[in-house]
Design a protein around this ligand. Structure first.
Ligand SMILES: C[S@@+](CC[C@H](N)C(=O)[O-])C[C@H]1O[C@@H](n2cnc3c(N)ncnc32)[C@H](O)[C@@H]1O
Length: 351
């Protein structure tokens, strides 16, 4: 592996096209290493008992010590964990700020790393299927659509709920800062998942009432934390299926990362159910990324590939939102950008 001729190694010129391709292609080396250390609970072991050698960590998590050492050394080389060599020669691993994100605690990135490293990683192995057929590789691999699968796999579903906060958590504050919800009596959070979005909105607006609406097994998991929060008395939980109906009477129907999960045709069914439930002056608040034209990097251009392969949906441009709204009886009132990846795409029922 010493010669550049024999193998394109990172020793090729920094920033060269070959290095770009090499680094991008080997990305899964890092993501699967991160997944493995996270699954083994290495960060939590260090948080509990302090810096430890690979032998100590391996004994505690049931791994092969020399291999665990190599895994953690590799991760430390990309900025996750730090290896310290003590005077006695022992090589101990400690947490650093990136490794702390892997801890098993609310709001951490642990669930996101595990979810992406498990079913999502397998699905990406079948990306070719989605690109050749336009259909979700998830269904092809697991035999059923993702949200049906989650309703039958409690562990994956719990991870999914927590991963939503890991992936999208920072968007909540940005959304609250960017959009003025004042004057709205009741906000219905459609597909509200673990309830953090509606809870945050209600915390900022003390006179507002909320409804958390999602599949029955999801609201059942979310209900205890919501009830125990300061807004529990102002927020109802309702289980159901948004392809059949949504709770009536809200002043705003908020959907964060719902519309991007579905095809235009499926979205029209959800939007028609919203339209039926809405008062004439109620607002539709779709919170999703708006894909920018051009070659600029945007996280959602790859989140779009995840939508293609997993639920079978898509991220949309401003024009695509406009067309979707128009075909479902809504007009696009405004697009409010936030400091995060998402915008608030506001719709009104056409008169
Ligand atoms: C991508 S998650 C978004 C969760 C939450 N809105 C957020 O931003 O964190 C999609 C949500 O849609 C819910 N969902 C999927 N199919 C549904 C259906 N048919 N009826 C109601 N909720 C559904 C899922 O359970 C999940 O909580």
């Amino acid at each position: 592996m010493s010669s550049d001729k024999a193998s394109p190694s990172p020793s090729v010129q920094a920033g060269s096209p070959v290095q770009t391709i090499f680094k991008l292609t080997c990305g899964y080396w890092i993501s699967q290493s991160l997944y493995t250390a996270t699954k083994l609970g290495v960060a939590d072991l260090i948080a509990k008992d302090g810096p430890q050698t690979a032998e100590q960590l391996a004994a505690a998590c049931g791994a092969h010590a020399p291999s665990l050492y190599r895994l953690l050394r590799a991760l430390a080389s990309v900025g996750v964990f730090v290896e310290d060599r003590a005077d006695d020669g022992a090589r101990r691993f400690d947490l650093n700020p990136a490794a702390e994100c892997l801890l098993d605690r609310p709001g951490s990135q642990r669930a996101m790393v595990l979810m992406m490293g498990e079913e999502h990683y397998q699905v990406y192995g079948k990306l070719m299927y989605s690109v050749q057929t336009g259909k979700p590789a998830f269904d092809h691999l697991f035999g059923e659509p993702v949200f049906q699968y989650l309703s039958k796999h409690a562990e994956s579903a719990t991870l999914f709920d927590a991963a939503m906060t890991g992936i999208h958590g920072a968007e909540t504050a940005a959304m609250i800062d960017a959009y003025d919800f004042s004057g709205l009596g009741t906000v219905v959070d459609i597909g509200g998942g673990n309830g953090t979005v509606i809870r945050t909105v209600l915390e900022k607006y003390p006179a507002m009432q909320g409804v958390l609406y999602d599949m029955p097994h999801v609201v059942e998991r979310a209900a205890p934390a919501l009830a125990a929060s300061g807004v529990g008395g102002r927020c109802r939980t309702v289980g159901g299926n948004f392809f059949e109906s949504v709770p009536p009477g809200g002043d705003a129907y908020l959907m964060r990362h719902i519309i991007h999960d579905w095809t235009d045709e499926q979205c029209r069914t959800i939007l028609a159910n919203c339209a039926r439930a809405m008062k004439p002056e109620a607002k539709l608040l779709v919170i999703d990324a708006v894909i920018k034209p051009g070659n600029e990097p945007q996280f959602s251009k790859f989140l779009d590939i995840t939508m293609l392969t997993i639920p079978g949906g898509k991220e949309r441009t401003a024009e695509e939102f406009q067309n979707l709204f128009a075909s479902a009886g809504f007009e696009l009132a405004q697009i409010v950008p936030t400091k995060s990846e998402v915008s608030i795409v506001e719709g009104r029922l056409r008169g």
